[in-house]
Design a protein around this ligand. Structure first.
Ligand code: ADP
Ligand code: F6P
Length: 319
């Protein structure tokens, strides 16, 4: 292993820069040449490689987004696209590739490995929805951003005695909704991992109202339905003044929290160590507060599971 490359793919996530920095610095520390691939798999297919030196990753550990930029690429799903990428990896004499992204990105990395090219995956997505790891880079920052936003909404909800529905991201997973809802003291949290029952949501709002609670916060994960649909039903059925906020891509940006920098740094360095040891087709992960690694296929066998005990606790704390 003499030359390695790193790319970021799928939705960007705060903390990716800390992980890129770790890949580059650990790689150089281990005597490797390190290349960055711009624009995810699109850049791999276009040969958009740039050599990274120690200074190229200076002053980025505190920045959101990804300095390598990211993309989703339909063409890379085809064999032709993968062959094009492999040709460029050969042209630049790259021996191993670190792919940072979600499970889609890992499927792509797995295809390269199946064709003989060593890849290591680093879980990076705000959704925290990857099987085989308790944590994905960016989740903590996204949750903190959502909590800060909901705290602000609570101020105006309370002043105007309104009900607020807040839609958060997460794709098909309810982790952001659960954590943000629990930590912001939401009256109801609606997640894809439980059956959505609007009557239950309304009953909880009305119960609170009866004991003098004049405002309510409902957090809904985008994977269930649109926040506007929930808001409309609440207003129709209760007559309470209701507003809806979609937090959207706000949740993807911002300076990464210390936790995301810490996990990103450790995962980035571990990915390089694994390549140097000759590993391939492996995902780095985080379990019980520690780094782990497992083959892509093994990690993908489990379905990502939310902690439902936390969900039930949140319900019992917001009666
Ligand atoms: P994420 O990595 O966050 O899950 P996507 O699902 O959009 O995001 O995947 C990112 C990219 O990974 C896709 O745009 C595509 O280029 C690549 N990819 C996804 N699935 C596959 C697949 N089955 N085979 C090859 N590449 C894939
Ligand atoms: O996977 C990260 C994520 O932000 C999801 O939470 C969301 O569903 C999706 O990406 C949005 O994708 P895009 O940036 O393409 O709109």
């Amino acid at each position: 292993m003499k030359k390695i490359a790193v790319l970021t793919s799928g939705g960007d996530a705060p903390g990716m820069n800390a992980a890129i920095r770790a890949v580059v610095r650990r790689g150089i520390f281990k005597g490797l040449e390190v290349y960055g691939v711009r624009n995810g798999y699109n850049g791999l297919m276009a040969g958009n490689f740039v050599q990274m030196d120690l200074g190229s990753v200076g002053d980025i550990i505190h920045r959101g987004g990804t300095i390598l930029r990211s993309a989703r690429s339909e063409r890379f799903k085809t064999v032709e696209g993968q062959h094009q990428a492999l040709a460029h990896l050969k042209e630049f004499a790259i021996d191993g590739l670190v792919v940072m992204g979600g499970d889609g990105s890992f499927k792509g990395a797995g295809k390269l490995t199946a064709q003989g090219f060593p890849t290591i995956g680093i879980p990076g997505t705000i959704d925290n929805d990857i099987a085989g790891t308790d944590y994905t880079i960016g989740f903590d920052t996204a949750v903190n951003t959502a909590v800060e936003a909901i705290d602000k909404i609570r101020d105006t909800a309370s002043s105007h005695e309104r009900t607020y529905v807040i839609e958060v991201m997460g794709r098909d997973a309810g982790d952001i909704a659960l954590w943000a809802g629990m930590c912001a003291g939401a009256e109801s949290i609606i997640i894809p991992e439980d059956n959505y029952d609007i009557d239950d949501v309304i009953e909880r709002i009305q119960k609170g109202h009866k004991r003098g609670k004049m405002h309510s916060i409902i957090v809904v994960a985008e994977g269930v339905c649109k926040g506007t649909d929930v808001g409309q039903l609440i207003e129709e059925k209760t007559g309470f003044d209701t507003r809806v906020t979609v937090l959207g891509h706000l949740q993807r940006g911002g300076s990464p929290t210390a936790y995301d920098r810490m996990v990103g740094s450790q995962m980035g360095a571990k990915a390089v160590d694994l390549l140097v040891e000759g590993a391939k087709g492996i995902m780095v992960g985080w379990k019980n507060g520690q780094l782990i690694h497992a083959p892509f296929e093994e990690a993908a066998k489990d379905k990502h599971a939310i902690d439902l005990s936390v969900y039930h606790l949140a319900r019992s704390l917001s009666i």
